[in-house]
Design a protein around this ligand. Structure first.
Ligand code: ADP
Ligand code: ZN
Ligand code: ZN
Length: 746
């Protein structure tokens, strides 16, 4: 028998099927979806490949397959990979890798995922005794108490985890063992990230009428094995999650599985706990980028063998090998993280549709501020909209006030905090309520400049200014991670008049600490979220320890539910307005509505203050009114007039390399080829001449781009793919990528 094999490679010229003979001794092992080792190229080096088909014969002279490993690619996933490769201009193998059990494609994978033993600790006496022991002050050491408290809420835990979470040491655990309070034992590492959660069970809530209606519509599709897409459009707190939960229950009752996608950033313990407390942890598998290969491998296995039937994860969880998939739910569907910025540059919503069609199941998208393109699809009836207009627990929508920073400046207030916001924070502190301050820039000041000659400190690798980080006294590049010491003297003219401009979360925190010296603050941005769980830790602290003010970047805005937060301050709403992207207004509107949704989620009235230099901008105006549909109506008109998505697709070809001249040459050649073929085939497309990208150098690579505005069809996809696979391009030192409707146009 002959196997059709795709080589596991990102090299463009290898993106095709090769025939190999299946030797007799491997005949019952090689199947569609297997990973095989094949002799490849002139020196017959063994390469990894994926079997995509098996047939009787071939007209080529073929070599033997040298080895086989079991893999889990189903025919569905093979077809999906081929579909994706074409649509997203990538190699089939690259797409397949997203669908394989993590850890399977490296040749030494057996070592990497081998079962490991580790030391665990658990408490030796009953919780009651121990609590009493601690209450009676029989233990003096704070660190020992920290460990015991941790163990009381987690039953047992791996020693390394205890040390990390409690900031203690092995010696302290040993002491506790010596005193008979804790016992240590060896066990298999349980690589299930949910193992240590003790959670109270919740029951179904009685639906509101709107929830009931939405639920029934989707349930109908589930019952009829029907592919259909729905948009659950409801303000934050309108009870979308409750609808998800009860639909999943029905899917489970049918013995099927559910995939729930959420933005990476909102895969918070709070959010996952809502699922665990309804369904128990055994049936749930969480997939996200912070898991180790081993953890992901284990989750994958639990999903594959049907043990885990609720899969919650970020974008790539759409590829999980769910058994008998019954529904796909995509929460916060407008979130940009559903579009991959790495090859394959897929959009998880489009992939979800493809999977749902194949399996005859519904897709449920949810959002308070739907993607403009999604909402447009509800108008042209491609998607059915289900509305939730009221907050489920009857809490009021927050009061939103806009502060014009120009007036503030005119009144002599140079601080980052307007008078209005200052008063509200003060009031909140008095009333022991919590406040969130949002600023979408991390670091201290966003650039530093010489007052005398205008020199701006820039990254040597990227054409971008460096951000000052005060704590480390360093200048950092947020694109490539380059760091250097803060300069006090201008390297160009020797002047000492180095000034700092722009503000980030570090500076905001410092300023808040100055203005409100008694208030406790905590900051959340990439700089403070470093260790595996400190994201969780920061939120827990804020929530449980009653910290007065949480300061953060957009990490804080998604889906968190803080009952005691009644005030949200947007320190500057302008950051996302000034980006060079047709979605700038949409992004600003989304962000402001999401941030505002954090205020007053229970029965207390929430207040939001938005500070801006552009109070008359329509995205800010409608965010104030919390009126998505009015915003949508203006935005869709503009998109239609200017012909932007959803009225066309934007295809961006990114050309990058170390020599600027090569990049420019290849860009021009590519342009000529594309243009002539577009003409020849009479394709309606507007192709713009190659130009340097807005950020024209990153990590020492020069970047150009070609933009095509068109309604992307199969013919044009073929043309673009052919140009990308052209020898002249694949053999040059220049890299060319193509991306449809990219998230980032910079
Ligand atoms: P969303 O997902 O739309 O932000 P949630 O599902 O988180 O909304 O609901 C917000 C709050 O309302 C939660 O505390 C939830 O428990 C509560 N809730 C949801 N549905 C109902 C209902 N039918 N009756 C009472 N409370 C509800
Ligand atoms: Zn200077
Ligand atoms: Zn850089």
């Amino acid at each position: 028998m002959i196997a059709e094999v795709i080589v596991n490679s990102n090299v463009k010229s290898l993106n095709k099927v090769f025939d190999y003979n299946i030797p007799q001794d491997l005949e019952d092992k090689v199947a569609i979806g297997s990973i095989v080792l094949i002799p490849f190229g002139r020196n017959k080096k063994l390469e990894e490949g994926f079997v995509t088909n098996i047939k009787e014969s071939t007209s080529f002279e073929v070599k033997d397959i040298a080895g086989v490993e079991k893999a889990s690619l189903t025919e569905e996933k093979i077809a999906l990979s081929k579909w994706m490769a074409k649509k997203y201009f990538s190699n089939i193998a690259e797409c397949m890798k997203l669908m394989l059990k993590p850890g399977t494609t490296s040749k030494n994978f057996a070592n990497r995922i081998s079962e490991k033993q580790a030391t665990f600790a658990k408490i030796n006496i009953s919780k009651e005794e121990l609590s009493k022991y601690i209450a009676d002050k029989k233990i003096k050491s704070e660190k020992q108490i920290a460990i015991l408290n941790f163990l009381m809420s987690n039953e047992s835990a791996q020693v390394t985890e205890i040390i990390e979470k409690t900031d203690t040491s092995r010696a302290i655990i040993k002491t506790l063992e010596k005193n008979g309070l804790v016992s240590l034992y060896k066990d298999q590492i349980q690589r299930n990230p949910l193992v240590n959660k003790n959670i109270v069970k919740t029951n179904n809530l009685k639906f509101t009428e709107e929830q009931e209606n939405a639920y029934k519509k989707v349930l109908n599709s589930i019952n009829n094995d029907e592919y259909k897409e729905f948009l659950l459009y409801g303000v934050t707190g309108s009870g979308k999650t409750e609808v998800y939960l009860q639909l999943i229950e029905e899917v489970l009752n049918k013995g099927k599985s559910a995939i729930v996608l959420v933005p990476e950033i909102s895969l918070t313990p709070q959010m996952i706990n809502r699922f665990i407390s309804r369904f128990g942890k055994e049936i749930i598998s969480v997939l996200h980028s912070k898991l180790s290969v081993g953890e992901r491998h284990d989750s994958w296995e639990k999903i594959e063998n049907g043990e885990a039937r609720i899969i919650i994860g970020a974008r790539s969880a759409i590829f999980a090998p769910a058994k008998d998939l019954g529904i796909i739910i995509i929460d916060e569907e407008h979130d940009s993280s559903y579009k991959s910025e790495m090859s394959p540059r897929y959009n998880a919503k489009e992939v979800a549709s493809q999977i749902a069609k194949y399996n005859n199941i519904p897709v449920l998208l949810g959002s308070a501020t739907p993607d403009i393109s999604t909402f447009y699809k509800t108008e042209i009836k491609e998607i059915e909209v289900l509305k939730l207009t009221k907050r489920a627990n009857n809490s009021n929508m927050p009061n939103i006030k806009i502060v014009d920073l120009r007036k503030e400046l005119a009144n002599g207030n140079r601080s980052m905090i307007s008078m209005e916001l200052y008063k509200k924070i003060l009031e909140n502190l008095k009333n022991k309520k919590q406040t969130i301050l949002f600023l979408n820039r991390r670091g201290f000041s966003t650039f530093i400049m010489c007052r005398d000659c205008g020199f701006v400190a820039k990254c040597p690798n990227c054409n971008i200014s460096l951000t000052y980080h005060k704590k480390e006294e360093k200048l950092k590049c947020h694109y490539c991670g380059h760091e250097e010491k803060l300069i006090n003297i201008c390297p160009e003219c020797g002047s000492k008049k180095i000034r700092h401009f722009g503000t980030g979360t570090q500076k905001l925190e410092l300023e808040i600490n100055k203005i409100f010296p008694k208030a406790t603050t905590i900051r959340m941005d990439i700089d403070t979220v470093t260790k595996k769980n400190s994201h969780e830790e920061i939120l827990r602290k804020f929530n449980e320890e009653g910290i007065d003010i949480l300061i953060g970047t957009q990490m804080i805005v998604k889906g968190h539910h803080f009952p005691n937060v009644t005030l949200v301050g947007v320190v500057s709403a302008d950051g996302s307005l000034n980006i060079d992207d047709y979605r700038a207004s949409e992004r600003t509107f989304d962000l402001l509505v999401q941030v505002a949704g954090r205020a007053g989620r229970e029965n207390m009235q929430g207040n939001v203050i938005i500070q801006t230099y552009n109070p008359e901008n329509y995205s800010i105006e409608y965010a104030k009114k919390q009126n998505y549909e009015d915003f949508y109506n203006i935005e869709i008109k503009l998109r239609r007039q200017l012909r932007y998505p959803p009225f066309c697709d934007i295809i961006m070809l990114g050309i990058s390399g170390e020599q600027e001249k090569n990049v420019c040459d290849i860009s021009n050649k590519l342009y000529d080829k594309l243009e002539s073929q577009i003409k020849q085939n009479a394709i309606q497309a507007n192709i713009l001449k190659p130009l340097p990208a807005p950020i024209d150098k990153i990590k020492n690579r020069f970047r150009w781009r070609i933009i095509i505005k068109t309604n992307l069809n199969d013919k044009l996809i073929d043309i673009i793919n052919n140009c990308l696979y052209d020898d002249e391009i694949t053999k040059s030192n220049v890299r060319v990528i193509a991306d449809t409707n990219p998230t980032n146009m910079l």
